[in-house]
Design a protein around this ligand. Sequence first.
Ligand SMILES: Nc1ncnc2c1ncn2[C@@H]1O[C@H](COP(=O)(O)OP(=O)(O)O)[C@@H](O)[C@H]1O
Ligand SMILES: CC(C)(COP(=O)(O)O)[C@@H](O)C(=O)NCCC(=O)O
Ligand SMILES: [K+]
Length: 244
Amino acid sequence: MILIIDVGNTRAKAAVFEQDSVLEWFVFETKELSKKITELLVRFPKIHAIVVASVVHTPKEAFLDAANGVAVFFISRTDHFPFNNHYASPQTLGIDRMVLASGATLQFPGQNRLVIDAGTCITYDFIDAQDNYLGGAISPGLRLRYQALHQHTSQLPLLSLSDPDGFVGTTTDSSIHSGVVNGLVYEIDGFIAEYKALDSNFIIILTGGDTEFLAKRLKNTIFANSNFLLESLYQTFQYKIKND
Ligand SMILES: Nc1ncnc2c1ncn2[C@@H]1O[C@H](COP(=O)(O)OP(=O)(O)O)[C@@H](O)[C@H]1O
Ligand SMILES: CC(C)(COP(=O)(O)O)[C@@H](O)C(=O)NCCC(=O)O
Ligand SMILES: [K+]
């Protein structure tokens, strides 16, 4: 039994794997990490390894203390990945993006893949049909857009995510919802159109905390899976074990 943990900038996501199936999924605040690991190890005493990918500087000691002797594997940039990395600054590439690229490469062989992760930030990652990872884009996530508008102005309220009524905002609130939600939907559809213009043989994978909200609003056909990062992390770990 293996505990897989993805530590994002907003929340940590975890899954307990038995062979290749998931027994249970968990989501919690990143600051509750140590406490949660301790709880999960009590609930699932058969866990013999913990696999972690983190984009947050969480001290390794915190994991090791909570793991209480269970082996902890921190997936890092120096591990084996199933793609050729062409990012021009590989030393600064987010480990979450590498894991997503790895999952896309292994799960969808022989086609162009675009992975969109709608989390704290929106990340776009492009792996071509020959398994070359080429890069993509980073932009603010949905919640971050609402927060930024409020924090950097005097007059804009902090709103929570809600459906805009059309694209013409007629009040401050509806203008913000239109700008944030429609703006992001146009952005994603726009990027997808650019990638598809390169080659029609494309699979587009959408993941992250805003997957469900966004999936039904996009024009394009996509493969939506909120758990794609955790599944990819499990596969990246299996790939690492085989190739180390
Ligand atoms: N309980 C929640 N707390 C924070 N964000 C949430 C929650 N539920 C849904 N979300 C959405 O999830 C997004 C963050 O996604 P997530 O995958 O958790 O980010 P990260 O991987 O960067 O930690 C936010 O833009 C927000 O709209
Ligand atoms: C872009 C990110 C902040 C996204 O993090 P997330 O939204 O998943 O919490 C993360 O992938 C990161 O810190 N990247 C480093 C810069 C880069 O990938 O080029
Ligand atoms: K992201």
